[in-house]
Design a protein around this ligand. Structure first.
Ligand code: SF4
Length: 397
């Protein structure tokens, strides 16, 4: 092993403890050092995998982590003459492993990096479900709260009913089925499930109702077609679709000429095309299509999904829907409470399983706090009194 390691240069590079270590300030030096790290790592692995090395060395978890990290970050080639070339992996030229496979910490091999809404983090994601109810549904005979000026007491406390933990790369929409399955196992499936738009898709709206009898109340992402974004011309939902006749009729009354079922990215779709004979002389054509072929084409999802999406987008524009959907805002308070009171923003343990257990304990703690406040008639969120206001009260007392 000592032949594989250049002890003086390793000692120069690795004798400092990490907390006291600083990267070189110049970019050139940083790049050089990064390559030295790569060469050192490969030298160590070569020694570990040498025939004369004990086989158990290769089984060490730290060796396996090193192997994966080196593959993620570097490429190594050895020429016929035995000359080794190590270089940093370039995303474009060399490719990178998918985010879900990529190690982001040598200390926690389950952690993954993700970004959402401008927030970048390394670790895990928690999905919390809780019961909710309209604020106006006050408990019967709950006059004491009205007398005290407090908000009416809820008939039931809102309780966390499910917690799922995933690594940070798993998309929200992929977790909706597992959430419903978990709620179903415990007999806690709701009739309506209020969700943020990250969980929504036409497929899930249709599938949740069919499989679990759960109606999703969630804003659908707006139509991203050029026409819808520019708010001019005709978006897909401006066309009347006759699924039986397999035809679409455009807003100027022209009927499509071809109807071609196909698969796009593994999803069943139908491409509907209008004729150049109709679109060519149409005065609406510049707004309707920019196709070089001079005719409009539509890509349709299957009928159920197309209609579910159309209806959901129409519904979410109504005041009634907006008022109803305001119920979901309660879960933001839950997330805040989970972060501020139980500290879930930072994982206390390594690994997905332990982090999930931590999340469950946090949910139990939240439920106990809520039951306590509900049983004792205390509002959960008292209005904050600033230090100055408290001082003023103390002085006037
Ligand atoms: S361009 Fe074609 S599809 Fe679009 S409105 Fe005119 S006739 Fe209808």
């Amino acid at each position: 092993m000592e032949q594989a390691i250049d002890v003086p240069s390793w000692s120069r590079r690795y004798s400092d403890r990490i907390p006291g270590w600083h990267a070189p300030t110049s970019k050139a030096k940083r790049n050089r050092l990064a390559l030295d790290f790569g060469r050192d790592g490969f030298a160590l692995l070569t020694a570990v995998y040498a025939p004369q090395s004990p086989p158990w060395l290769r089984e060490l978890p730290a060796v396996q982590v090193l192997r994966r990290v080196l593959v993620q970050i570097y490429t190594r080639t050895v020429s016929g003459s035995g000359r080794e070339a190590v270089k940093r992996r370039e995303a474009e030229a060399d490719g990178l492993p998918p985010g879900q496979q990529r190690l982001t910490s040598p200390y926690d091999t389950d952690a993954r990096r993700s970004v959402k809404g401008g927030l970048l983090w390394n670790g895990f994601k928690i999905h919390i479900s809780e019961t909710c109810q309209a604020p106006e549904s006050a408990a019967p005979g709950n006059n004491a709260d009205a007398r005290s000026g407090r908000p009416p007491r809820s008939p039931w406390p809102n309780l966390v009913t499910n917690v799922i933990t995933t690594d940070a790369t798993v998309h929200d929409s992929a977790m909706l089925d597992p959430i419903h399955q978990a709620l179903q196992r415990r007999g806690l499936l709701p009739g309506e499930h209020y969700l943020d738009s990250g969980y929504a898709s036409a497929e899930l709206i249709v599938g949740s109702l069919k499989k679990f009898g759960v109606a999703l109340i969630t804003p659908m992402l707006r139509d991203l077609s050029r026409q819808a974004r520019a708010n001019e011309g005709f978006a897909t939902h401006d066309f009347r679709i006759d699924w039986q006749m397999q035809q679409a009729v455009c807003p100027t009354g022209q009927t499509s000429t071809t109807w071609s079922p196909c698969h796009q990215a593994g999803v069943a779709t139908t491409v509907v095309t209008f004729s150049t004979r109709d679109c060519g002389p149409c005065p609406q054509r510049p707004q309707c299509t920019t196709s070089q072929l001079g005719r409009r084409q539509l890509t349709l999802q299957p009928q159920e999904m197309h209609e579910a999406l159309r209806d959901a987008r129409a519904r979410q524009k109504t005041e009634e829907w907006k008022h109803d959907y305001a119920l979901r805002a309660g879960v933001e308070g839950t997330m805040h409470q989970a972060t501020a009171v139980t500290g879930i923003r930072r994982a206390r343990y390594h690994g997905l399983r332990k982090t999930h257990l931590d999340h469950i304990y946090s949910a139990v703690a939240l439920n106990l706090i809520r039951l306590d406040t509900w049983w004792n008639g205390n509002p959960l969120d008292r209005t904050r009194t600033s230090h100055l206001a408290r001082l003023e009260l103390a002085l006037t007392a």
